[in-house]
Design a protein around this ligand. Structure first.
Ligand code: PAF
Length: 279
């Protein structure tokens, strides 16, 4: 496994190695957990060359957010990636990705302002920009992404379509702790008491799914039941919405492909999760 810190180095390595090979790519911000590793594993199975990036992208954090305390675990990440058969790891610094005078940004309009984009203005502009840059550098055929960040996948799929990029996103299932909490690097922020309360997200989603199975299709009823579950656990709701799984538009009634999306603060930690309510 080789580690590259500059755009020029990884480009050169890929030019030499990647001829006629199907490149698979897993973009990450490090602090790797089993969710990330499941992506690397799948990438290794489905590609000829597995490229992983570790870069905490400042452009997707707002000033008051957790950029400075975002977990960093570089040595451990590298050991894990070696065990999971990554071939090339790209670990640029800010000077590589946003050199002085940098001023080009990509925005996927509409999809970037709703749900997480409404509470985190500019977040998806930062994500789209960095992922477009990484795709240009790595030139992957396949890019493996976890469905916990469901809106991120929808935004990036639209960017890929609109800009005619030759990369396909492979949507990978959410990896959960045994009690259902979706794996996230931000789970590290939770105290043990908060960690227990954090299961309210999956409980609310499962309850909605169960009610749909029993015939309740009204979004307002499903959302108010989910709100009760979150409030009982003392969670602060950022949003709970039921949306169409392709367009992310809000639905008054659940239909096939509908998804409940939620963002909830447990203490100071903002957690997100989602579940398809009807296949
Ligand atoms: O999902 C993430 O970890 C980040 O948003 C990504 C895709 C690596 C871009 O910085």
């Amino acid at each position: 496994m080789q580690i590259y810190k500059t755009v020029a180095e990884i480009r050169e390595a890929l030019a030499a190695e990647a001829l006629h090979k199907k490149i698979g790519f897993v973009p990450t911000m490090g602090a790797l957990h089993k969710g990330h590793l499941s992506l690397v594993e799948k990438c290794h199975l489905e590609s000829d060359l597995t490229v992983v990036s570790i870069y905490i992208n400042p452009a997707q954090f707002r000033p008051q957010e957790d950029l400075n305390r975002y977990p960093r675990n570089f040595e451990k990440d590298i050991d894990l990636l070696r065990n999971y058969h990554a071939d090339l790891v790209f670990t640029p610094d800010n000077a590589q990705m946003y050199p002085e005078g940098y001023c080009t940004w990509v925005t996927v309009e509409g999809l970037s302002d709703i749900l997480c984009g409404a509470s985190r203005p500019g977040h998806f502009r930062g994500v789209s920009t960095i992922v477009l840059k990484l795709i240009h550098i790595v030139q992957p055929k396949l890019m493996f992404m976890g469905m916990k960040d469901y809106q991120q996948i929808i935004v990036l799929e639209k960017m890929i379509e609109d800009l005619n990029l030759d990369t396909k996103i492979v949507r990978c299932p959410i990896v959960r702790e045994p009690d259902g909490l979706a794996m996230s690097s931000r789970n590290l922020y939770l105290s043990s008491e908060e960690r227990q309360r954090a299961t309210c997200l999956i409980k609310a989603l499962k309850k909605a799914q169960m009610m749909v199975n029993e015939g309740c299709l009204s979004s307002s009823i499903l959302i108010s039941e989910a709100e009760n579950i979150i409030k009982q656990a003392d969670g602060k709701i950022d949003y709970i919405k039921i949306v169409d799984g392709s367009t992310l538009q809000e639905l008054a009634e659940v239909h096939s492909g509908a998804r409940m999306m939620l963002a909830v603060y447990i203490g100071n930690t903002r957690l997100i999760d989602n579940l398809e309510l009807l296949p």
